[in-house]
Design a protein around this ligand. Structure first.
Ligand code: IPE
Ligand code: IPE
Ligand code: MG
Length: 245
């Protein structure tokens, strides 16, 4: 599933765990809902900055399968914000060549939200500059379990299984593995996000709270990523001895 031979020119897949909306609001004595609302503005900034930074796939963690544990009014706010985000951003995505899709379960979302999701996916399906995946009611463990369950006694290699994991969460099966996972707000955990896809991802944890995140933060993150050495279990290039011919 990982491609040590992946050419430098290939676009990046960045996964973003957008965390810290609640703390952003609390620091300003505002309701948590306001943090989420401002978080939606930060999403637009990240999406706008991505193509120029060489990002061709961006997966944003918007609502985890475990976030249903939050109070009903907070869940309702998040679902409302998601719906209005889809309606509002559809045209902008179309103009900017962004293909927007939701990954995760759909059977627990409201019919109205499903309609907006399907309409957005249909409208933006030709977008070729950026594949934007919003992870909603998403659990990486569930996607892996579903893919494994469907595999039964069949065999497949890692890239075949990646396609199955992608299908299990309604993603384009050809979505590549993740190159870089960024989590905002200082927390250092993955919270059930893209566990199979991130096997060799670089991880970056930054203190910025999500509503404050902007294009410059993303640029710095990508720059830090480009300074990392990815080895995929091998040796750094300088220490690799060519095989005797
Ligand atoms: C991220 O911000 C948004 C979601 C998880 C939906 P939080 O709401 O988790 O913010 P904190 O972690 O409480 O600050
Ligand atoms: C992860 O954040 C989910 C999203 C960012 C949507 P949480 O704030 O829900 O994660 P935990 O509970 O701190 O691990
Ligand atoms: Mg949080």
């Amino acid at each position: 599933m990982d491609r040590p031979d992946r050419p430098e020119s290939c676009g990046l897949h960045v996964g973003l765990i957008m965390d810290g909306n609640g703390r952003w609001a609390r620091a300003r004595a505002l309701p948590r809902a306001e943090g989420h609302r401002r978080g939606a503005d930060a999403v637009r900034r990240a999406v706008e900055a991505s193509p120029e930074l060489g990002i061709t796939t961006l997966t944003l963690y918007a609502f985890s399968a475990d976030n249903w544990r939050r109070p009903a009014d907070e869940v309702a706010t998040l679902m409302r914000l998601l719906e209005s985000f889809l309606v509002r951003e559809r045209k902008r995505c179309l103009r900017n060549g962004v293909r927007l899709a939701l990954i995760g379960r759909r059977d627990r979302l409201s019919p109205a939200l499903i309609r907006e999701i399907e309409e957005t996916e249909r409208t933006t399906r030709e977008g070729a500059r950026l594949y934007l995946r919003l992870a909603v009611d998403y659990s990486a463990r569930s996607a892996i379990l579903t893919a494994a369950g469907k595999l039964g006694s069949e065999r497949c290699d890692e890239s075949g299984f990646l396609q199955r994991v992608n299908r299990a969460c309604h993603s384009d099966p050809e979505t590549p593995p993740v190159d870089l996972v960024i989590r905002t707000s200082g927390e250092q955990r993955l919270s059930d996000f893209l566990l199979f896809e991130s096997a060799y991802a670089e991880l970056l944890f930054i203190d910025t709270l999500w509503p404050d995140f902007d294009g410059e933060d993303l640029r710095r993150a990508v720059e830090a990523f480009r300074g990392r050495e990815r080895r995929y279990g091998g040796l750094p290039p300088a220490e690799t001895i060519p095989a005797a011919s």
